[in-house]
Structure formats: structure tokens, C-alpha cells
Design a protein around this ligand. Sequence first.
Ligand SMILES: [Zn+2]
Length: 308
Amino acid sequence: MRGLLSKLILTILVLLLAIGLLGRFYTAKPEPENTEEPAAAVTPEPEQSEEPQESPQPQESSTPEESPAPSETPAVNPEPEVPETPAESPQPQESTPVESIQPEPVYTEDPVFTDVNSLLIVANKTHRLPEGYAPADLINVNDVGGWGTIAPYMRAEAAYAVAEMTQAAAADGVTLMFSSAYRSESYQKQLYDGYVAQYGVERADRISSRPGYSDHQTGLALDFIEGKGADFTSDFEYSASGVWLRDNAHYYGFIMRYPKGKADITGYSYEPWHFRYVGVDTATAIYNVDVYYSFEEYFGVSGGTEYK
Ligand SMILES: [Zn+2]
């Protein structure tokens, strides 16, 4: 028994020793390699430890933010996009019209500029008077104290204002005289056709109105003359009548209808002889803005050089 036991113990010891040696050998083998690899393995580790810290964080923070963001973005995008697209496209469209066309619908809808009984009735290249319109209260200005040479008829209120203005000018030593005031549509047609025959349409449109578009057809306008060579030229502004009218006409309710430098707005070249009755308050208000301020500018009424 003893021999057997001691043999068993010895065998166990040998086995243990062999296992221990094997274990040492196997663990020892990777060790030398590990010294190099660990370096490589260590580097990845710190990199990993850094990466995981950085990337997870941004990933976590960005992902959660992005994922909620997408949900917000779709919500935000649709909202701005829908209102923006309609808002942006209409806005530019409106803003363009706002400057050029907005006054048009706003003011042309105002009856004060389209009602023939209004003293602010507009006749220009974008405002045609009613077909065949003739004022009902035309009177002969010469009968009430004016001096008209060709067509001395005006609406009553304007005619009396001309008479009063003529007296005031006379008191200042200036003799006011005018050629034509009211012109019927048919008379305007004769004039316009004559200019077209003489100068062609382009020039005719700069110096004369087509029938139905003339300020003279309102019965509120008139052309002053002096008979000294400056009539119907820009030099009329230097004439005694021209100077007096420019400085005083507004006191009697008249404005210079086609002021200097406003041809693109009024549609007509400078006419220092053509005055239009609008009433004292309006005439004074326009004059007070600028001596060459135009009716169209003051009221934001459409005008221009192109017929509509
Ligand atoms: Zn005129």
C-alpha cells in the first residue's frame, strides 16, 4: 500500500510539475510578444478610451439632438417653407408692384380721382376720361373776368378762380391771358391728329394728349400765353406771366400740371404755361412740397409715358 501510495503521490507531483511547466511555458511565450503588442495594444486602448469618450459624447449629444432635430426640422421646415414660399414669392411680387403698381389700385379705386364731378379728376396716359365726357357746368371765363383767346370755357368754379387770379396778377402789373381751356374730345382729336401728321406719333404723344386723355377735357385746365415768342416753349417760365404763375397760382387753386423734370411721371414734357385747377388747399399743399412737385407724385396716382 505504501509503495502504491507513494507511487501515486509521485505521479501526481510529476503531473503537477508538468502542468506547472507547461503553464509557465505557455504564459511565458506570449509575454515577450506582449511587450511589443501591449505597446500597440496600449496605444489603441488610450485611443479607444479617448475615442469612446469623444465620439460617444458627440454621438450621443449629436445623435439625440439630431434625432430630435430632424423631428423638429421637419416641423420647422414645413412651417417656414409653407409660409416662406407663399410669403417670399408674393412679397417680391407685391414689393415690385408696391412701388409702381400699388398706388395704382389703391388710388384709382378712389372715386375722387375718377369721378368727373371731383376737382381731383385725373386725366393722364393711364387715366382715360369717360368716352365723350363733357363737363356740365362749363361757362365762358371771359364773361366773369378772364381773358381767353381761343377756347375760354371752364367749369364754373375754375372759371371764377381764373378771374380772381387775373385780377391779382393785374394788381402786380402782370397781364394774364390764355389760349385754350376746355377742349372737347373731338377737338382734341383734331389737335392730336394734326401733331401726328406733322411730327409722328412719338413726338405727338410727348406734346399732346390723345382724345379722351387730355387734362383740358376736364374743364379745369388752361394754357397761358403772352404773345411774345415764348408761348408753348419752356422759355415761358422766364416770362412775366410764367414767373408770376409759378409763384402765385396755388393761392388761387392752380398747380403747374407738367412740372420741370417730371415727364416720366406725368407723361408730358415741361409745360410752364399749363395750369390745372385742383382747389386752393390741394394746390397749396403740392406747391409747399416743391414748386415742381407733380400731382401724380403727391397723390401716388399712376401716370407715365405709356398709354394704357
Ligand atoms: Zn395745356
